[in-house]
Design a protein around this ligand. Structure first.
Ligand SMILES: *[C@@H]1O[C@H](CO)[C@@H](O)[C@H](O)[C@H]1NC(C)=O
Length: 285
């Protein structure tokens, strides 16, 4: 009985944490399904979202909020089995021809053959910064966490907490950096069998449709942009340590490990494509 007040206090605190975590992860509160005529579904009281693709259409969703910087985690479980020809895109993007964009794209494959994780960064409408990776696990068996840390210093792509790519702010060297256009979070599942699997050689097997990808545990520590101002400019920003976070030497080491063992394409080393030498950010990374 002497425990009782403490226990009550602990219980209240746990409930508070639960409420915050659940609000963060609720797809009904954070996202709208935007296309696919019912092929995008929010299930389990907002805890799960699924996208599907069949011969008629793919599907997609979009965040309700716009963000200007954030540390954004999402768990994805990709289309299992023969997913050749399908692409699951998960990305942040602003609007317009001079838009900024931070991309994860998952290119499906025949059963047992590896997915490709394709990444890109667009600044002021210009991309052409592709890096592609194999993953060190089967991304269709379980949910895995794909994260973007986007702050004024750098953009870091991570997979299950392991950084795989960094795009640093090199504005001082004349390279544009995304820092003034708010972005939405988008995802879509569509047919791209003209290029996705072995460069378009393997086509989508529609007898396997519908293809389904699943999402859960969305979490954003982020600056929400609304009516021209940022939620981070108000007080109480002590919890925004991610805004000034950057990769330390451990993180750099992890990136090197991933690039050495799992990177299959890097625009920076594509001499055929850039005969005059790689783009300027490549030599400064
Ligand atoms: C699919 O598997 C083939 C054969 O292992 C591989 O060359 C290719 O990179 C894989 N991924 C995609 C998306 O084509």
């Amino acid at each position: 009985m002497t425990f009782s007040p403490m226990f009550t206090c602990f219980t209240i605190v746990s409930f508070l944490f639960m409420a915050v975590a659940m609000a963060a992860g609720n797809f009904n509160q954070q996202f709208d399904t935007t296309w696919g005529d019912g092929r995008a579904k929010v299930l389990q009281n907002g805890q799960l979202l699924t996208l599907s693709l069949d011969k008629t259409s793919g599907s997609g969703f979009k965040s309700k909020n716009q963000y200007l910087f954030g540390k954004i985690d999402m768990q994805l479980k990709l289309v299992p089995g023969n997913s050749a020809g399908t692409v699951t895109a998960y990305y942040l993007s602003s609007l317009g021809s001079a838009h900024d964009e931070i991309d994860f794209e998952f290119l499906g494959n025949l059963s047992g053959d590896p997915y490709i994780l394709h990444t890109n960064v667009f600044t002021q409408g210009k991309g052409n910064r592709e890096q592609q990776f194999y993953l060190w696990f089967d991304p269709t068996k379980d949910f895995h966490t794909y994260s973007v840390l986007w702050n004024p210093l750098s953009i870091v792509f991570s997979v299950d907490g392991t950084p795989i790519r960094e795009f640093k702010n090199m504005e001082s060297k004349g390279i544009p950096y995304p820092k003034s256009q708010p972005m939405w979070i988008y995802s879509s599942l569509w047919n791209a069998d003209d290029w996705a699997t072995r460069g378009g050689l393997i086509k989508t097997d529609w007898s396997q449709a519908p293809f389904t990808a699943s999402y859960r545990n969305f979490n954003a520590q982020a600056c929400i942009w609304a009516s021209g101002s940022s939620s981070c400019s108000s007080s109480g920003s002590s919890s925004n340590s991610w805004l000034s976070q950057s990769l330390g030497s451990t993180g750099q080491g992890r990136i090197k490990w991933v690039q050495k063992n799992y990177m299959i394409y890097n625009y920076c080393t594509d001499a055929k494509r850039f005969p005059q030498g790689p783009p300027p950010e490549c030599s400064m990374a």
